[in-house]
Design a binder for this molecule. Structure first.
Ligand code: HEM
Ligand SMILES: [Ca+2]
Ligand SMILES: [Ca+2]
Ligand SMILES: [Mn+2]
Length: 353
């Protein structure tokens, strides 16, 4: 079969002329939002924003879902505790929304799909165009938080139409992610050792025994000794002990990796990059049109760049062994992985650029 293509005024080809408006936006955000095509902080935050906009949807309470309300009604939604820190990327994206003839809901999902395409190992996400302007702010309380129980997280996602397997698939996003505010003393603390690669390390490293909190506070005023005692920060809301210096583990990720409802799907991604990609892509496609009528949207997926292949292979971080894996899936063994050579290293923070 021959797929008809149109040539846009800017020279690119696509399957639908209405998608042509996206090419100038693509070039602009790659150059001026994503620092020339990196998988860095703005990509991570743009991907998170796709979720925080879309999950404002409830089968029982309403909400417009992936409608751009987090920008249009930012004065309401950015005040939700779960949106702490999201104001940065809203501020960074808003000038692009205003500059082009695109709805905030479309822009948020487009920026997320383009952004994650900069991460080696990511799937090429679907992108559909045509979300109308948001008409109301999301109800409060719909965004999961890292201190929430697994029961509450799975119930919240179910109320938005997602299965527990889809929750696990969506959390592949935490392979290209860091926390700025869970422990505000160490902004940019990644959730895995490869926050610029969309690989399976997140699913591996969350299964390692937690040994310490990554934050450090040097107490320099207590005493006159030349060596000052150093204490690790602990007790941050939503934080669990992580296996690596510099790495952040959300309490929710640690629990989902170990819960009988989610542990086997979690483990299934450890050596299945392709399965992780495919299931993440499918779940993201569903999330990106929450609250929308798919029949009214135009498929512009061919505008999204094709990501590079994964640049890592599944491994245990240096100094860790299979004995450090906390087996949680009761029906199959955690895959045997080899350990990176060398002494234990710490995970550097994601630069705020
Ligand atoms: C159980 C559900 C979830 C919880 C509790 C959760 C919680 C969090 C928290 C606390 C942070 C760190 C925020 C900060 O301190 O800067 C974060 C970051 C992030 N989340 Fe999630 N999240 C969940 C699901 C998702 C989903 C479904 C996506 C899908 C797009 C996602 C994408 C991200 C990304 C990309 C970041 C990194 C942002 C950055 O590096 O600046 N999260 N998440
Ligand atoms: Ca929304
Ligand atoms: Ca990673
Ligand atoms: Mn950040």
């Amino acid at each position: 079969a021959i797929t008809k293509r149109v040539t846009c005024p800017t020279g690119e080809t696509t399957t639908n002329a209405e998608c042509c408006v996206l090419f100038p936006i693509l070039d602009d955000i790659q150059a001026n939002l994503f620092d020339g095509g990196e998988c860095g902080e703005e990509v991570h935050e743009s991907l998170r924003l796709t979720f925080h906009d879309a999950i404002g949807f409830s089968l029982s309470q309403g909400g417009g879902g992936a409608d751009g309300s987090i920008i249009t009604f930012g004065s309401v939604e950015l005040a939700f505790a779960a949106n702490a820190g999201v104001d940065d990327i809203v501020d960074a994206q808003t000038p692009f929304v205003n500059k082009y003839n695109i709805s905030a809901g479309d822009f948020i999902q487009f920026a997320g799909a383009v952004g994650v395409s900069n991460c080696p190992g990511a799937p090429r996400l679907e992108f559909l165009l045509g979300r109308p302007a948001a008409t109301a702010a999301s109800p409060a309380g719909l965004i999961p938080e890292p201190q929430d129980s697994v029961d509450s997280i799975l119930a919240r996602f179910a109320d938005a139409g997602f299965s527990s397997d889809e929750v696990v698939a969506l959390l592949a996003s935490h392979s290209v992610a860091a926390a700025d505010l869970v422990d505000p003393t160490i902004p940019g603390s990644p959730f895995d050792s490869t926050p610029a690669v969309f690989d399976t390390q997140f699913f591996i490293e969350t299964q390692l025994k937690g040994t310490a909190f990554p934050g450090l506070i040097a107490i320099s005023t207590c005493c006159r000794e030349t060596t000052h005692p150093v204490f690790r920060t602990s007790g941050n809301v939503g934080e669990a002990e992580s296996p690596l210096a510099g790495e952040m583990r959300l309490q929710s990720d640690g629990l989902l990796a170990r819960d009988s409802r989610t542990a086997c799907t979690w483990q299934s991604f450890v050596v299945d990059q392709t399965g992780m990609q495919n299931q993440f892509k499918a779940a993201m496609a569903k999330m990106a049109i929450l609250g929308q009528n798919k029949a009214n949207l135009i498929d512009c997926s061919d505008v999204i760049p094709v990501p590079q292949g994964v640049t890592t292979t599944p491994h245990l971080p240096a100094n860790k062994t299979m004995d450090d894996i906390e087996q949680a899936c009761s029906t199959s063994r955690f895959p045997t992985l080899t350990t990176d050579p060398g002494p234990a290293t710490s995970v550097p923070p994601v630069p705020s650029s």
